[in-house]
Design a protein around this ligand. Structure first.
Ligand SMILES: *[C@@H]1O[C@H](CO)[C@@H](O)[C@H](O)[C@H]1NC(C)=O
Ligand SMILES: *[C@@H]1O[C@H](CO)[C@@H](O)[C@H](O)[C@H]1NC(C)=O
Ligand SMILES: *[C@@H]1O[C@H](CO)[C@@H](O)[C@H](O)[C@H]1NC(C)=O
Ligand SMILES: *[C@@H]1O[C@H](CO)[C@@H](O)[C@H](O)[C@H]1NC(C)=O
Ligand SMILES: *[C@@H]1O[C@H](CO)[C@@H](O)[C@H](O)[C@H]1NC(C)=O
Ligand SMILES: *[C@@H]1O[C@H](CO)[C@@H](O)[C@H](O)[C@H]1NC(C)=O
Ligand SMILES: CC(=O)N[C@H]1CO[C@H](CO)[C@@H](O)[C@@H]1O
Length: 624
């Protein structure tokens, strides 16, 4: 089906084409080849990591995790395990209680005295969820707001056969009404670093985010895990207000308002006070793991630690072959875990960690906020660092070629190659279409998505109602248990030719390639990489260009694919798709109850829905 035109700017035309290839049920296909099993050498002689289960320098028969054996986990599970196919069964559940509260926050002590915030347990960033690979995570959420609904999305979590836990109001659930509670339960089939955030309108930009750390193996050794390190742009106005401004700007072809500052691990200095993020007591000879998460609303960030090259060991929740860089560019929603070594030469000193707005990847105009945090060795003076910055790159390129998954997988290209040449879809025009087989073309200049809070897509599925409003931007993937190939295309004459971080729910995807201009059916396919391509859940669509991705359609559900720039979801940068519609696990009685509670609330809701329901504010009339 074809969706009509769009409005604004992150307006891309996502052209998605989905091609199908049979995937064996046992997933053997994914990872049968050449997995690295060797352990990496490292220098430190002892460990201070309390989580380590062994200090042995070689892997034991069970492959037990420790500072010298980080590729191991336990019971034979390791970084070489294909986590799409298997994971440990711990039988353990880690439980959290979150209350979404209405308060004020002032993370950088700005002179204005803070702003209204919506936060989990009155904290910003919210509490970090910590679990082990194979645990069940259970979060009971109570909505303590008076006037807004809510819902939590667990970014990057596969939700295998648990789509009703994905936390997307209007697609996988009704919003949670004020005063009500619900429990999300899902299995940690993956490990690494990710985050959660409200997916109710623009709420996450008002503070409703937090980190998730799932302990597991790693592709590099390290001694000390410094934990989650969220980085974000920050506005002194509320998300609701900035969203309206952003949308209005878009209508006249202007950039969204710039962020007021950048927060490093939740803090910055400001004219009114505030403090630097400080990480203390680095010990010479030790290796540290730092989990960088970009939870921005609108801005791409570039990160560097003076005097310390960063060894990158993950792309999102995927362990990769370690590679070393002085600067790493992180798009919204992306995560990179890095390892650095505290050296003898640097002993006793302080160093700047730099987070710069990547002005080469502009979204919000010509403003370049920067922020710095401090990394400080044992016995260092209590003073600001005088360290020297590494030369900052001037590109805006995702380092795809360096993101080589540790577990080697090959994307079966047969169906794509067979179908792409005769693709009867105009890639350059707005719309989302399939070729009836395995290819989806998403021409990004769609009309804005508009979900129905009171009747989410999964309710339509439950009712066997296929009469989806066209504003759902919904397609069905024609074939299941096969590869789905998507070509996402931004219009050439887009008003805002900026890169868009495209995020997929329910799957990691393989990044086959990207390029400038329109995807060319005859010449572009030969430029794609099928042999162990980068794999992640959020990737750049170049401004005015195309992105080709593939994923195994092995997870029945209603899933969202969208630009993670918060303002762009309702500006036409979001589609949803049904996968294996007849096998979707439907909501249970508790799920139904959340809907009936919401419907009761919505009847008298003080603030009528004024946006897509997922992100940005938008005048209702525009979709009508
Ligand atoms: C938060 O509290 C303020 C002040 O009481 C109130 O005006 C506002 O509606 C509340 N917002 C929500 C979302 O509950
Ligand atoms: C944030 O902190 C940096 C230093 O880390 C400072 O230069 C910048 O001005 C701060 N931002 C604001 C808005 O004050
Ligand atoms: C980030 O902030 C938290 C809370 O203040 C702190 O416990 C943690 O150590 C900080 N992380 C790093 C790497 O500095
Ligand atoms: C976060 O993502 C945004 C948007 O892609 C980007 O502008 C910003 O530089 C990223 N932040 C980091 C720390 O990479
Ligand atoms: C996107 O759609 C809008 C509304 O239909 C149209 O005005 C605009 O020209 C389109 N932009 C592109 C780049 O196709
Ligand atoms: C695709 O590339 C071929 C070979 O360079 C060229 O002849 C053709 O015009 C291109 N097609 C489009 C739609 O640009
Ligand atoms: C969608 C929705 O309910 N938004 C409201 C959330 O609450 C703020 C006030 O705190 C309103 O301004 C929004 O309209």
């Amino acid at each position: 089906m074809l969706f009509s035109s769009i409005t604004g700017s992150c307006l891309m035309a996502l052209a998605s084409v989905s091609v199908a290839e049979k995937i064996p049920d046992n997933h053997i296909l994914w990872g049968a080849k050449g997995r690295p099993t060797t352990l990496q050498a490292r220098q430190a002689a002892t460990s201070t990591n309390a989580a380590a289960s062994t200090t042995s320098k070689v892997a034991d028969a069970a492959c037990t995790n420790g500072p010298f054996t980080r590729t191991c986990w336990s019971n034979g599970f390791s970084a070489a395990t294909d986590f799409d196919a298997k994971w440990p069964t711990t039988g353990k559940t880690v439980s959290y209680n979150f209350e979404l509260t209405n308060g004020t926050c002032n993370p950088d002590g700005s002179a204005g005295g803070g702003r209204p915030c919506q936060m989990f347990n009155n904290q910003f960033p919210g509490p970090t969820i910590t679990a082990n690979w194979g645990d069940t995570i259970s979060v009971t959420l109570t909505n303590k707001l008076e006037t807004n609904g809510t819902g939590i999305h667990w970014h990057g979590i596969r939700q295998l056969k648990t789509v009703s836990q994905d936390g997307v109001p209007g697609i996988t659930e009704c919003p949670l009404a004020p005063g009500k509670s619900k429990t999300y339960t899902f299995l940690a089939t993956q490990f690494g670093t990710t985050w959660y955030h409200s997916h109710f309108s623009a709420q996450y930009g008002d503070g409703a985010t937090g980190s998730i750390v799932i302990n597991g193996p790693a592709s590099s050794n390290y001694d000390i895990d410094l934990g989650a390190f969220p980085l974000t742009d920050w506005y002194y106005g509320t998300s609701w207000a900035v969203g309206v401004q952003s949308h209005n700007n878009l209508q006249r072809g202007a950039a969204p308002p710039p962020a007021d500052t950048i927060l490093i691990n939740g803090t910055n200095v400001s004219g009114g006070g505030g403090k630097y993020s400080k990480t203390s007591n680095l010990i010479p000879g030790k290796k540290y793991r730092l989990r960088l998460i970009n939870t921005s609303v609108d801005n791409t960030l570039r990160v560097s630690l003076d005097g310390h090259p960063l060894t990158v060991i993950t792309s999102d929740l995927v362990p990769i072959k370690p590679w070393t860089t002085n600067w790493i560019l992180i798009a919204i929603g992306q995560r990179y875990d890095v390892v650095f070594t505290a050296t003898k030469e640097n002993a006793g000193k302080n160093f700047w960690l730099r987070v710069n707005y990547a002005s080469q990847c502009p979204s919000s105009g010509n403003v370049s906020p920067k922020a710095q945090g401090i990394f400080s060795y044992q016995n260092a003076a209590d003073a600001n660092p005088d360290s020297t910055q590494y030369v900052e790159p001037t590109d805006c390129v995702e380092p795809i070629a360096n993101l080589v998954p540790w577990v080697k997988n090959t994307v079966d290209s047969t169906a794509f190659v067979n179908q792409v040449g005769s693709l009867d879809v105009d890639i350059s025009s707005p719309g989302v279409n399939t070729n009836g087989q395995n290819i989806v073309v998403w021409g990004v200049n769609l009309s804005a998505i508009n979900v129905e809070w009171e009747k989410p897509t999964l309710q339509y599925v439950k009712d066997k109602n296929t009469n989806y409003p066209s504003t759902f931007n919904l397609i069905e993937i024609p074939k299941e248990n096969t590869w789905s190939y998507w070509i996402v295309q931004e219009p050439l004459n887009t008003r805002v030719p900026i890169p868009h971080p495209i995020h997929l729910h329910g799957h990691d995807f393989y990044v086959l390639g990207n390029g400038a201009g329109v995807f060319n059916k005859s010449t572009s396919p030969s430029t794609l990489k099928y042999d162990n391509p980068a794999r992640r859940d959020t990737a750049f669509l170049p401004g005015g260009g195309w992105l080709a991705i593939a994923f195994p359609a092995d997870n029945p559900g209603a899933w969202l694919m969208h630009c993670h720039i918060a303002w762009h979801v309702a500006d036409g940068l979001a589609v949803q798709f049904l996968e294996a519609k007849d096998q979707i696990p439907l909501g249970d009685a508790a799920w139904d109850q959340t809907c009936s509670e919401w419907n009761t609330f919505q009847a008298t809701m003080p603030f009528p829905k004024s946006d897509s329901g997922l992100k940005l504010l938008k005048g209702r009339a525009e979709w009508a």
